[in-house]
Design a protein around this ligand. Structure first.
Ligand SMILES: C[S@@+](CC[C@H](N)C(=O)[O-])C[C@H]1O[C@@H](n2cnc3c(N)ncnc32)[C@H](O)[C@@H]1O
Length: 299
C-alpha cells in the first residue's frame, strides 16, 4: 500500500483530522445501477439472486444496489453483457439524478467516457430528446460507444471534441453535466494512485477545470441546470473552484437532498456560505467513493 504524499497528508490532516489512511482506502462493496431501458429492477434482482449474488438497495438512489455477496465478478454475468446493469458507485449515479434530466430535453455531457453517467441520463430521459456526449481523448471513445450500445442508448450523439470549445456547437442546452477530469483522490479504495497526488497535479488540473466550467455554463440556456461533479475530496477542485466561478458567473446554487454539506471554510479560507448547498460523499459516512456534486441554475 503506497503512502500518502506529504501534500495530501497535510491536506487531509486539515480536512479530516480524525480519519486514517485505512479509512480512505478500505475496500467498498461494488455497486450496480439497474438499466431500466432493458429490464425492471425486480427482474434483475431475481436473476442475479438466482446466480448467487446478494444485493442491497441503496435507499437514496433510485436504481442503485450494493453487491454484498458475489460468487464471481459482477462484470462477468450474461446480464452484464446484455446491458441490464452498469457497475457504478451510488454517488456517481446520484450526480445524474441531481441533474434531473426530463423527456425530450437537450442535454450536454461535457466529459463523457466511459459513459457511466451518459447511460444513466439516457435512462432517466427514457431514451428521448438528445444527449450530446463530448470526449477529448480518442482512445476513450471506443469504451463510451461500447457502453452506449450495450445499454441500449439511442438518444446520444458522441463527439470527439474538447469541451472547452463547446460554444462552437452553436447550441444551447437545457441541462449540462460537467463530470470534470480531476485528481480522483476519492477513489483510494480501489486505486492506490489516488494516494500519490501532488500540488503539481492540482496546478495542472485547476485551470482546465475552470475553463471547462466556463464553457459548460456558456452553452447552458437561461434557467437551465448544470451539475459539476468530481471524485475528489480536495476543495481546490471543488468548493474553492466554485467560489471563484460563482463570483464571476452569478450562477444560483441549488439545494440537493442527499450527501453532506459542502465545506465553506477549507484551510481557514472563508467561502460563500451558499456553497453548503454543494454535496460531499464519504466512504465512512455514505459507503460511497469520495465524491462532490454541485447543482446550479443559470440566472
Ligand atoms: C471523470 S472522467 C468522466 C467519467 C464519465 N463521466 C462517467 O461517468 O463514466 C473525465 C473524462 O473527461 C475527459 N476529458 C478531459 N478533458 C476534457 C476536455 N477538455 N473535453 C472533453 N473531455 C475531456 C477525460 O478524457 C475523461 O474521459
Amino acid at each position: 500500500m503506497p503512502e500518502l504524499t506529504p501534500y495530501l497528508r497535510d491536506r487531509y490532516a486539515m480536512l479530516f483530522p480524525e480519519k486514517s489512511v485505512e479509512e480512505l482506502t478500505r475496500p467498498l462493496p461494488q455497486s450496480l445501477r439497474v438499466n431500466e431501458l432493458r429490464i425492471s429492477r425486480g427482474e434483475l434482482v431475481e436473476r442475479l439472486e438466482e446466480r448467487g449474488f446478494e444485493l442491497e438497495p441503496v435507499p437514496w438512489v433510485r436504481c442503485s444496489y450494493r453487491v454484498v455477496k458475489a460468487p464471481f465478478s459482477p462484470g462477468a454475468t450474461p446480464e452484464y453483457l446484455l446491458g441490464y446493469y452498469y457497475l457504478q458507485d451510488p454517488a456517481s449515479a446520484y450526480a445524474c439524478e441531481a441533474l434531473e434530466p426530463r423527456r425530450g430535453e437537450l442535454v450536454l455531457d461535457c466529459a463523457a467516457s466511459p459513459g457511466g453517467k451518459t447511460t444513466y441520463i439516457a435512462q432517466l430521459m427514457h431514451n428521448t430528446g438528445c444527449i450530446v456526449a463530448l470526449e477529448v481523448k480518442k482512445s476513450r471513445l471506443k469504451a463510451l460507444r461500447a457502453n452506449l450500445n450495450r445499454m441500449g442508448v439511442q438518444n446520444t450523439l458522441v463527439l470527439h471534441m474538447d469541451a472547452r470549445l463547446a460554444e462552437t456547437l452553436g447550441m444551447k442546452f437545457d441541462r449540462v453535466l460537467l463530470d470534470a477530469p480531476c485528481t480522483g483522490t476519492g477513489t483510494a479504495h480501489r486505486n492506490p494512485e489516488a494516494l500519490q497526488k501532488t500540488e503539481e497535479d492540482i496546478k495542472r488540473l485547476n485551470p482546465l477545470q475552470l475553463e471547462l466550467l466556463r464553457s459548460a455554463y456558456a452553452v447552458l440556456r437561461k434557467g437551465g441546470t448544470m451539475v459539476y461533479s468530481t471524485c475528489s475530496y480536495l476543495p481546490e477542485e471543488n468548493e474553492l473552484l466554485l467560489h471563484r466561478f460563482l463570483q464571476e458567473s452569478r450562477a444560483k446554487m441549488l439545494k440537493l437532498r442527499h450527501g453532506s454539506p459542502g465545506i465553506t471554510s477549507p484551510y481557514g479560507i472563508h467561502l460563500e456560505p451558499v456553497l453548503r448547498r454543494a454535496r460531499r460523499f464519504y466512504p465512512w459516512e455514505h459507503r460511497t467513493q469520495g465524491f462532490f456534486i454541485a447543482k446550479m441554475r443559470k440566472r
